[in-house]
Ligand binder design. Structure first.
Ligand SMILES: [Mg+2]
Length: 222
């Protein structure tokens, strides 16, 4: 396969942000007496904030917060999360360099709100993407195929000419549902949760190596 476009999920794929999302959620939910673990957050990645909160409160047998409470809770979570400086994963910069020098299109396909995208992606990195799809751009988020379908439409690329990179089960389902080959990276979850992906990589450096050796990305490996 020789893709014309690579569609990147953001959290847990481009940036090493999921552990900070998880600890912010754990702190806020802890104030409601809900003791969660990282994996509870990682497995829900892709759900909207509203959906995850409802899902978690139900699972823990708590009354689901009303609109005002929910907004308060999300605002607290954002404030805690935004105290962290978020960085790219090792080898991610090289992957993006090769995508650009190889003349491939790049898209960012995230379930996060635009506010979070602006916080975690430095302007210089964000400008590398030819299309950016956030929660505000779709009516149905992942695992629905809409986010990936919308990115393909914006780029004018067929699903068979694209490759998606994901780290969460709902993201994989979304990409595959849009007809896109999907590779997964074990950044937050071990491979047993990522089995719906076409290929699974332990980290970004092994993904980079695979893309270069399959000549999906051109140029010289550093
Ligand atoms: Mg992700």
């Amino acid at each position: 396969m020789k893709p014309r476009a690579i569609l990147f999920d953001m959290d847990g794929v481009v940036v090493d942000s999921m552990r900070f999302h998880a600890s912010a959620w754990m702190q806020v939910l802890g104030e409601y007496g809900i003791a969660m673990e990282d994996i509870d957050i990682y497995l829900r990645e892709g759900m909207s904030g509203r959906q995850s909160v409802e899902d978690i409160f139900r699972e823990y047998g708590r009354p689901v917060p009303d609109e005002a409470r929910f907004n308060e809770l999300v605002a607290r979570k954002h404030a805690i999360f935004e105290r962290n400086r978020i960085t790219l994963f090792p080898c991610m910069g090289e992957i993006l360099d090769h995508v650009k020098t190889g003349g491939l299109w790049a898209a960012l396909v995230t379930g996060s709100m635009r506010r979070s995208v602006d916080h975690v992606m430095e302007g210089s990195f964000l400008s590398l993407f030819n299309a950016v799809i956030t929660a505000e751009d779709v009516s149905h988020g992942k695992p629905d195929p809409e986010p990936y379908a919308r990115a393909l439409e914006k780029l004018g690329v067929d699903p068979s000419d694209a490759l998606a990179i994901e780290n969460a089960p709902m993201g994989i389902r979304s990409a595959r549902g849009a007809g896109v080959t999907c590779y997964a990276i074990e950044t937050t979850l071990p491979r047993r949760y990522l089995k719906e992906a076409d290929e699974i990589f332990a980290d970004h450096c092994s993904l980079l190596q695979h893309l270069m050796s399959g000549r999906m990305l051109m140029g010289r490996a550093r």
